[in-house]
Design a protein around this ligand. Structure first.
Ligand SMILES: NC(=O)c1ccc[n+]([C@@H]2O[C@H](COP(=O)([O-])OP(=O)(O)OC[C@H]3O[C@@H](n4cnc5c(N)ncnc54)[C@H](OP(=O)(O)O)[C@@H]3O)[C@@H](O)[C@H]2O)c1
Length: 348
């Protein structure tokens, strides 16, 4: 029996430990990837420490990876899905409730082909591993608030359409700025002072605001009014839902019934949005077939095209941690302690 190394969660609340486990073969419409690089997300340490949605241990965690295709299962129809192809993938550890074949933190990862994107030459594995959760969460956010997959929501006549992205230096917020801009929005974004230039000059936000400024709400509202843009949607990567909602209540076009906010962080229980504003927690479709259709759009189609054209770039910055699988547990502690404008990446 073939085996490989994995960072296993053997008990909720304990550190991950590197052990050998059986190497899976891909099922129908699945691919097994030889992982080269992985990136870390907050959900990973939440699952490690609190067992959120972990049904059984041992479990393997992790969502973001890039590597080469090791094996292709039956009925995989994506033409680029051949052994040896360079790919990134959104590993389905979360949806699979920790079932160990599906987590990213191991040398061989079993992934449904709809969650895989082929890499253009020149895009490295480390950079590619930074993208799946950021892109998937952004599109899940737009899905959550009923946004179309192309173009912008109708703006008021004569006013360019604009979107607010709160927490634009976070991983998922930085993806949000890029997707919103590529859809055709003028992007207004908040970030910490040290990351404002990056969000403007690299990610392409039109206007940036320090989320710690006491006048941030007034400043964004004034800018929207001065610039004459039409804003009815916001996406929160990280930060303050109440402040974001306060902006949206004041800029909402009169003929729009509700300004919508897609929040990647949980909407606090009991949160009361101001009149004319609705906030929804970002979720991909929950029904399996719909989720796979959504994922095929996100990863097989949208991201594939944007990478081929060089239009979507890895974001925000990268913090590379040496030490391979054995360093994943400590790197999760580093992420849990808090990062600013950076994604933690390891080779495994
Ligand atoms: N719903 C979903 O499906 C889903 C999926 C993925 C992630 N999430 C959630 O989304 C959140 C972000 O995840 P991530 O991986 O992108 O996080 P991350 O990159 O680790 O977030 C760090 C960033 O958050 C920013 N930030 C912190 N407080 C802020 C505030 N008050 N206003 C604006 N920005 C603030 C910081 O900005 P500065 O340093 O510039 O101040 C920092 O750059 C987490 O809560 C995560 O659990 C949800």
């Amino acid at each position: 029996m073939a085996t490989h190394q994995a960072a296993l969660l053997t008990a909720v609340g304990s550190p991950l430990t590197v052990q050998s486990r059986p190497t899976p073969t891909p099922g129908p419409k699945e691919i097994v990837i030889a992982a080269h690089s992985v990136a870390l997300n907050p959900v990973d340490y939440v699952q490690r420490d609190m067992g959120m949605f972990i049904e059984n241990v041992p479990a393997v965690l992790g969502s973001d990876l890039a590597g080469t295709i090791a094996a292709v299962g039956p009925d995989v129809t994506q033409p680029w899905a051949k052994p040896g192809a360079r790919v990134l993938a959104f590993a389905t550890a979360f949806y699979a409730r920790g079932a160990p074949d599906f987590g990213a933190f191991q040398e061989r990862v079993r992934v449904p082909a709809v969650f895989v994107t082929p890499l253009p030459d020149g895009l490295g594995f480390r950079e590619a591993a930074m993208m799946p959760m950021a892109v998937g969460t952004t599109w899940a956010g737009f899905h959550t608030v009923g946004h179309p997959r192309a173009g912008t929501l109708a703006a008021e006549p004569g006013k360019p359409p604009a979107m607010l992205v709160w927490g634009a230096s976070s991983s998922v917020g930085s993806g949000g700025v890029q997707v919103a801009r590529l859809l055709g929005y003028t992007v207004y974004a908040t970030a910490g002072a040290a990351n404002l230039d990056y969000v403007k000059n690299v990610l392409g936000a039109a206007r940036v605001f320090d989320h710690r400024s006491p006048s941030v709400v007034d400043d964004i509202v004034a800018a929207v009014q001065e610039d004459g843009v039409s804003m009815q949607t916001a996406y929160i990567g990280a930060g303050d839902l109440a402040a974001c909602a306060a902006v949206m209540a004041r800029v909402k076009p009169a003929d729009v019934e509700k300004a919508m906010i897609a929040s990647a962080p949980l909407v606090p229980p009991g949160f009361e949005a101001p009149a004319g504003v609705e906030a929804r927690f970002v979720m991909a479709p929950t029904e399996l077939e719909a989720r796979h259709e959504f994922s095929a759009f996100t990863f097989n189609q949208w991201l594939k095209e944007k990478l081929e054209k060089g239009e979507f770039v890895p974001s925000p910055g990268m913090t590379f941690v040496e030490g391979g699988l054995g360093a994943v547990n400590g790197a999760l502690d580093q992420l849990k302690a808090g990062v600013s404008g950076t994604k933690i990446v390891l080779d495994i």
